[in-house]
Design a protein. Structure first.
Length: 301
């Protein structure tokens, strides 16, 4: 197995066709097929299956594809690191953000990165915290903002802000302005995001400690739709002030603090614990950390 074979396999798998990969790589199709076949022989597994439209990746191929992307990214990083040792500002940096965080900071982040690291190629990728963790460990991204990152020797976690979660309902849904006990959520109709959404995990975990579970009437991912349903009286949801503001969902909604216990969503900046020393990534990390602290704290005000 060599780097060239892995690169050929990844390109064929991503493009779904030997002919398209051949044109992209400027490699003759028979040579490309032969290299992938040699890889299959070495691994004693079928990696690709031909169909009427091109090729499909087998289960073994999916496993190799995930690992191969990480290996190729590490090789690419090695070349970048050698070059970065000379300049300190060239190369690539990939940053992962949850969608609601991206709304708050992405534009300002890109502007700041462009001002201070003008020669760098910056990639921003959206994903759930569970996806971002996977991409960090596979080498697809270099750093990420995550919610409630799991304690792991493979991750280096830096606290940014803690966000209180509130019960959100329509303007006329609450009888009084006081806080709502957490156990009350077990009897209220809930409109909530699909698992593994971090807010939902917190709600379910804390209710489970009380021997309760939420009464979910709708589960869906688009936050705009979730807030619309709550505004129309279909139920209640749980969110932070920043999330509510980021979706422009304030009008027509009311919020109450959850107590007994309070629900807190930790926003953290995470890097792989094992990584190359890279001045570009260190500079990008500093910019991301400082800007996140400033904008996220302002968003909670």
């Amino acid at each position: 197995m060599d780097i060239r074979q892995l690169g050929y396999f990844v390109r064929v798998a991503e493009l779904g066709s030997f002919s398209r990969a051949s044109a992209f790589l400027h490699v003759a199709q028979p040579a490309l097929s032969r290299q992938v076949r040699n890889l299959e022989i070495e691994l004693k597994e079928r990696l690709l299956v031909r169909n009427g439209r091109g090729v499909e990746v087998t289960e073994a191929g999916e496993r190799l594809l995930s690992n191969a992307r990480g290996i190729l990214r590490m090789v690419e990083r090695t070349y970048e690191d050698i070059d970065n040792a000379r300049t300190g500002k060239s190369g690539k940096v990939a940053i992962g953000l949850p969608a609601t965080i991206s709304i708050a900071i992405a534009t300002a982040l890109i502007r700041r990165l462009r001002e201070e690291l003008s020669d760098a190629q910056v990639t921003l990728i959206h994903g759930r915290s569970s996806q971002l963790q996977e991409w960090l460990l596979s080498g697809r991204i270099d750093m990420a903002i995550m919610y409630n990152a799991p304690s792991s020797p493979m991750l280096e976690i830096h606290d940014l802000v803690d966000e209180n979660l509130y019960l959100i309902g329509s303007e006329d849904a609450f009888d009084d302005p006081g806080p709502v006990p957490l156990e009350a959520l077990a009897s209220l109709p809930m409109v909530i995001a699909c698992r593994p959404n971090s807010t939902r995990v917190i709600v379910e975990s804390e209710l489970a400690r009380m021997g309760q579970k939420p009464n979910i009437v709708f589960e869906l991912d688009p936050l705009e739709t979730m807030f619309d349903l709550v505004r129309d009286g279909y139920g209640f949801t749980v969110a932070s002030i920043r999330t509510l503001k980021s979706k422009g969902a304030g009008p027509g909604l009311a919020m109450r603090k959850i107590v007994g216990p309070e629900l807190v969503l930790s926003v953290e900046l995470v890097q792989p614990a094992r990584r190359l020393n890279n001045r570009l990534h260190e500079a990008a990390f500093r910019i991301l950390r400082d800007l996140s602290l400033q904008l996220l704290k302002n968003a909670q005000a």
